[in-house]
Design a protein around this ligand. Structure first.
Ligand SMILES: Nc1nc2c(c(=O)[nH]1)N[C@H]1C(S)=C(S)[C@@H](COP(=O)(O)OP(=O)(O)OC[C@H]3O[C@@H](n4cnc5c(N)ncnc54)[C@H](O)[C@@H]3O)O[C@H]1N2
Ligand code: MOO
Length: 425
């Protein structure tokens, strides 16, 4: 641990605060997965984290089958028959046959039906001619089909014994389809983490309540609840706490005894009415506080017993940025799917920032657009206030500006972290 980790002075210069990369390193270092396993039905497994490796117990598809509605034949018989086959059998999907094709014969076959023994090629019905003669049905298949045409091979999707998915993977609809295709009905996943949400501040009211002058609706609760919805967690709402040191302490103690993660907003800095830090120091251990980032400077991380404690700033923009940068990877790690860092890419800035303070990393609200040539550029939400929910609403990602940058000129590449890279929209 560096001696910057437990900073006790919120009036420090940024160069003395913990840098973003140092904060990430502490989170990775101090945490390990906590979630136990449970077995669930595939129907309940969406967005859950796989706790076992999945291999295919059998070929998918199980048998060679037709990719089209048409006529199945043995390619080698084309020469001798001139493509003129007598229809020997009819095979629909779900009605496999063990009758081998005679050398003079073809089978009427439908998409998904198992190829009859001996057949290796299928002609599409639109390309064939059929007729009857002497009470028999015949088909003329076209020239030029390659051996194996329109035939799907057993195991061509997944071969028996092949790896399908690994433990730690967060299950998407297409993953569930892959598991279902192997025949598994129940799988082992990690238990959902329990996350306790706490809002603090005398000024806060829940939407629907009456408001007095100076009151603020608790928008952060809904922000965090929504952000958590993209993660494998269950939420327990500990409501709004008044700025009362004893109440904050007793509630955090209770929350920590019941939850894997306690997530607070507000009261994170060192005002007379900010009690979160003191409660953390009394009940557990502080691992970091005061980061060299904007927004989100008073971000706090610690533990109260076995529970991870994450104290977010009260300003909504700082709360969301810190959730995406720190809380989401922490939850992901504790829940069994590793510390997930956002994907981003470089894109030219459609804005100027004449001066930026050095020594801190800044995250602007950004949205993609095109310039006059049609090239992709990123716009910055022009107002910087950390209380402006409008900027979060209008953005479709964050623009990440490193510590050493002191100005940005239009056209220069900047790193854009789309919200989709954080698993949200
Ligand atoms: N003297 C200093 N003042 C402040 C500093 C500092 O270093 N020295 N840091 C500033 C920064 S940066 C931030 S961010 C804020 C964060 O402070 P707190 O976490 O203690 O948050 P509060 O003071 O409780 O609230 C800040 C702001 O956000 C509103 N808020 C709080 N909770 C909610 C909620 N659940 N939903 C919506 N809005 C909420 C609150 O009403 C305040 O307006 O401190 C700066 N000050
Ligand atoms: O940096 Mo605060 O985190 O102003 O919102």
């Amino acid at each position: 641990m560096t001696d910057k980790t437990l900073l006790d002075d919120c009036f420090l210069h940024d160069k003395d605060r913990l840098r973003h990369d140092e904060a990430l390193a502490i989170l990775k270092d101090r945490l390990s997965p906590v979630a136990s396993r449970e077995t669930v039905s595939l129907a309940d497994a969406l967005e859950r984290i796989l706790a076992e490796d999945i291999t295919a117990p059998r070929n998918v598809p199980l048998a060679d089958n037709s990719a089209v509605d048409g006529y199945a034949f043995r390619h080698a018989d084309f020469e001798t028959t001139g493509g003129f086959f007598r229809l020997q059998q009819r095979i629909a999907a779900g009605h496999a046959t063990d009758i081998a094709l005679a050398p003079w014969a073809a089978a009427r076959i439908f998409t998904g039906a198992v190829m009859p023994p001996g057949a290796d090629t299928v002609a599409m019905q639109e390309d064939c001619e059929t007729h009857q003669q002497d009470g028999h049905d015949f088909v003329i298949v076209p020239q030029g089909l390659k051996i194996g045409a329109n035939c799907r091979k057993a195991g061509e999707d997944v071969a028996e014994g092949a790896a399908v998915l690994s433990a730690g993977h967060c299950l998407r609809p297409q993953d569930l389809a892959a598991i279902a295709s192997t025949g598994r009905a129940r799988i082992d996943v990690y238990r959902k983490l329990k996350v306790g949400l706490v809002s603090t501040g005398d000024e806060l009211r829940r939407p629907g309540d009456l408001m007095n002058l100076g009151d603020v609706y608790d928008s952060n609760h809904f922000l965090l609840r929504g952000l958590c919805a993209a993660l494998p967690v269950e939420i327990e709402d500990f409501g709004i706490l008044k700025d009362d040191a004893a109440l904050v302490e007793v509630t955090l103690k209770d929350a920590a005894s019941r939850c894997d993660v306690v997530l607070t907003t507000g009261g994170a800095s060192r005002g007379d009415e900010d009690h979160i830090l003191k409660a953390l120091d009394t009940l557990g251990k502080r691992h970091m506080w005061q980061l060299a980032i904007k927004p989100g400077r008073p971000m706090m991380f610690g533990n109260i017993g076995a529970s991870a404690f994450l104290g977010l700033p009260g300003n909504p923009v700082a709360a969301m940025v810190c959730f995406l940068l720190y809380v989401r990877p922490v939850i992901s790690l504790l829940a069994g799917s590793g510390f997930c860092e956002p994907q981003g890419f470089e894109v030219p800035a459609a804005f100027d920032v004449p001066t930026k303070k050095p020594d801190r990393r800044e995250f602007y609200r950004g949205y993609l657009g095109t310039d006059e040539t049609g090239a992709t550029v990123v716009h910055k939400f022009m107002r910087d206030g950390s209380g402006l929910i409008t900027g979060l609403r209008e953005a479709d990602g964050l623009i990440e500006i490193p510590e050493e940058v002191t100005a940005i000129r239009r056209g220069e590449p900047v790193r854009f972290l789309p919200f989709s890279g954080f698993g949200i929209r």
